[in-house]
Design a protein around this ligand. Structure first.
Ligand code: B12
Length: 229
């Protein structure tokens, strides 16, 4: 892809952009819509901006398609297919932007309950939610129930995420949920951590996650459910 301009955008490694560009061009030439979509999803996950994806990945791949067509190495049908795939990918980009903008109207509060100092998973969950577009209020470690209650009243989160690691932490989670509900009944809960026991059960308004990677889907479902009530 000789026509690919150097990536001038600070912070994006040229190597990664080049690799995705080659994968996208290969997908277009193979007429493989799924591979093309997966490549663009990977670019979005790598936080490449829409402008960089358009200028550095999609456009150069189409330039290459055009060159091959001019040289008679691919047919006009191949060229049309590559264009159709790229138009679908643009729709995917628009949809991802729409979903992220929709999430920005919702806030998620995260905390580890009283005496719980383990917060790595909580921070991971916060990062994932922030990256997905949610407004994140991170309270961090060892938040006493009354402080959590006051924070819920002040920030009025759509969802509260709680993490519990220590043995016996499940009870602290139940107390924390009770306090929040007393103050701000509209909140849903997404909870996780190895300290949870069977006393903390999933039910309407409460999601229990085993892995941090489930958090965005769980919060999305909670927000959607609240919206449809
Ligand atoms: C780092 C660490 C610490 C650090 C924490 C620093 C910090 N800022 O977080 C420090 C040094 C402070 C610490 C202290 C203690 N620790 Co410690 N610690 C650990 C260690 C090594 C790693 C924990 C971790 O970060 N894991 C990585 C995260 C990503 O994984 P995770 O928490 O398991 O979360 C996964 C899921 O549960 C889920 N998840 C968890 N929360 C949530 C929340 C949501 C919303 C979602 C969606 C998902 C989710 O997602 C993750 C996977 O995707 C563990 C070892 C272990 N086996 O976990 C011990 C461990 C948890 N600690 C332990 C102990 C005993 C202690 C201390 C009592 C030690 C002491 N004598 O002082 C104190 C107690 C502190 C307290 N009161 O909380 C024990 C707990 C035993 C138990 N079940 O009760 C462990 C298991 C070590 C051991 N094998 O004995 N610890």
């Amino acid at each position: 892809m000789g026509q690919r301009r150097e990536n001038e955008s600070a912070g994006y490694p040229d190597e990664k952009v080049g690799e995705l560009g080659r994968a996208y061009a290969a997908a277009l030439l193979a007429g493989d819509e799924i591979a093309a979509e997966l490549t663009i999803r990977e670019a979005m996950d790598a936080k490449l901006s829409t402008a960089v994806i358009d200028d550095e990945i999609i456009a150069p791949a189409l330039w290459l398609v055009g060159e091959l067509w001019e040289r008679g190495e691919i047919t006009v049908a191949d060229e049309h297919l590559a264009t159709e795939i790229s138009l679908r990918v643009l729709a995917l980009q628009r949809e991802a932007g729409r979903v992220a903008r929709g999430r920005a109207a919702h806030s998620v509060m995260l905390a580890a309950p009283a005496a719980e100092l383990h917060v790595v998973a909580l921070r991971m969950a916060g990062n994932l939610l922030r990256d997905a577009g949610y407004h994140v209020v991170m309270l961090g470690a060892a938040v006493p129930p009354e402080a959590l209650r006051a924070a819920a009243g002040r920030h009025r989160p759509d969802v509260v995420c709680l993490s519990s690691t220590m043995r016996g932490g499940g009870d602290q989670v139940l107390i924390a949920m009770y306090e929040v509900q007393e103050e701000w009944p509209a909140a849903g809960f997404v909870v996780g951590g190895r300290g949870l026991t069977s006393r903390v059960q999933a039910r309407p308004g409460v999601e229990v996650c085993r892995r941090v990677s489930e958090v965005v889907d769980a919060v999305d479902a909670m927000v959607k459910r609240a919206g449809s009530n």
